[in-house]
Each structure stands twice: as C-alpha cells, then as structure tokens.
Write a protein that binds this ligand. Structure first.
Ligand code: AMP
Length: 222
C-alpha cells in the first residue's frame, strides 16, 4: 500500500511498481474517476465530493476496494493499493477485510509540501488509464496518452481550493496512518525527492528488504 501527499508521485510510482512486480494497480481515485466518466450511480454521487477535494464515505470506498481485490488477478498476484486507506477507520476496515494476513507493507513517499504544490500545478493525467504526465514531461503526441491513447488533461480537483483542502485532509486524516502502520511494524518511509527512477529504486529496495531478498534492478522506462 502506498501513501503520500497529493503530488508526492504516488500514482506514477504505483504504475511503475505494478509493471515491475506484474501485479494489479488498485487505485481508488482512478476507479472513482472511471465511475464519474462512465456516469454510473457511484460516479454521479462521487463527482461533487471529489471536485471539492473532500473524502467519500468509508463504506462506499471499502466496498469498492473489496470488490476489486476479490477479482482473479488480485487474488492470484496480490495488488498495489493506491489512495486507500485514507483514514485510520479505513485502515481498520482493510485489516478486517484481509484478515488474517493484512497488507505486507505500507510505503510513505515523503515529499515537502512546497514541492508537491509545484508538482500539482504542473500535473496532467490520462482520463482513461490514470497515467501521470506534467507540463514539462507531456505525452509524445498532442496530449494523447503514450500508454493507452486516452485524453490527457488537468484533473478537475487540481484547483487551488481543492488542493488546499486535500492537503489539509491529508495532514489531519491520512498522515496519522504513518504512526498507525509504524506501530504495527508495517511501515517503510521513502524519500520522494529526486527523479522518478531514483524514487522507484528506493521503493523497490524497501520492498525487497521487507521480503528479505536482494532487490531486482528497477527497469528504466521506455
Ligand atoms: P486520488 O486520485 O487518490 O487523489 O483521489 C481523488 C479523490 O477521490 C479524493 O480527493 C477523494 O475525493 C476520493 N477518494 C479516493 N480515495 C479515497 C478514499 N480512500 N477515501 C475517501 N475518498 C477517496
């Protein structure tokens, strides 16, 4: 499970980790954005809350996660969880859902707030697969996703007011999870400053240390 402030590079790193370990990337934000885009009842309910930068109810989120991780790919290979839990109540619900094993490791990608603010203003994302880009590293062709051909846009919740609210919620609701997982011996903190390749290598090292093996070298992005 990967934790980090908005703009810490969570989405980018989770996509890379999912390729590296060949496990599904389960992102609650991506699932909700897909629901909004396809106009499902969940999407209609979620949109306004998301645009304001507020959190959705724990029950809705955990129901969605429970359904996703019950699918065959996640059951067979495990999963990388991105964007959930966001509160200690969600962490408790997740532990219950996965009992008796729980998650293997929680990773916090640590980046100073002034730096995430700069990254969020530049961030662009694929509406279809959630791949992340920025104004300084756009897709190769005309804001069309390099991975899936989807449209690459600025997120609707990357407005100044919603960013401020999300960072505030992160500090008060999500950051306490670091202590929560630390107390359970499930936490690894990783410095998120540096190139995406450097941060990925640090995360892989932390995972491999946890598994007690030698790190497989991180593949460079094509
Ligand atoms: P993200 O892409 O992870 O930043 O999520 C985008 C938005 O989806 C958040 O600002 C929330 O409105 C909602 N969301 C995603 N994950 C959760 C969660 N675990 N709990 C509550 N709301 C969530």
């Amino acid at each position: 499970m990967v934790l980090g402030k908005q703009g810490a590079g969570k989405g980018t790193q989770c996509v890379r980790l999912s390729h590296h370990y060949v496990v599904p990337h389960v992102s609650t934000g991506d699932m909700l954005r897909a629901a909004v885009k396809s106009g499902t009842p969940l999407g209609a309910k979620a949109k306004e809350t998301m645009d304001r930068g507020e959190l959705l109810g724990d029950d809705i989120i955990m129901e969605m996660v429970a359904q996703r991780i019950a699918e065959p790919d996640a059951r067979a290979r495990g999963f990388i969880l991105d964007g959930c839990p966001r509160t200690t109540h969600q962490a408790e619900m997740l532990a219950q859902l996965l009992a008796p094993i729980d998650i293997d490791l929680a990773i916090d990608i640590d980046v100073p707030t002034r730096q995430v603010l700069r990254r969020l203003a530049d961030r662009r994302v694929c509406m279809d697969c959630g791949a992340n880009y920025s104004t300084s590293a756009p897709p190769k062709v005309n804001w069309t996703c390099d991975v899936c051909g989807g449209e690459v846009v600025q997120r609707q919740d990357d407005t100044e007011a919603a960013i401020e609210r999300r960072l505030d919620l992160y500090e008060h609701q999500t950051a306490p999870l670091i202590d929560w997982y630390e107390a359970r011996g499930q936490m690894a903190r990783v410095n998120g400053v540096g190139t995406a390749d450097a941060v990925l290598a640090r995360i892989i090292r932390a995972i491999e240390e946890r598994r007690g093996g030698r790190p497989k070298a991180a593949r460079r992005r094509r």
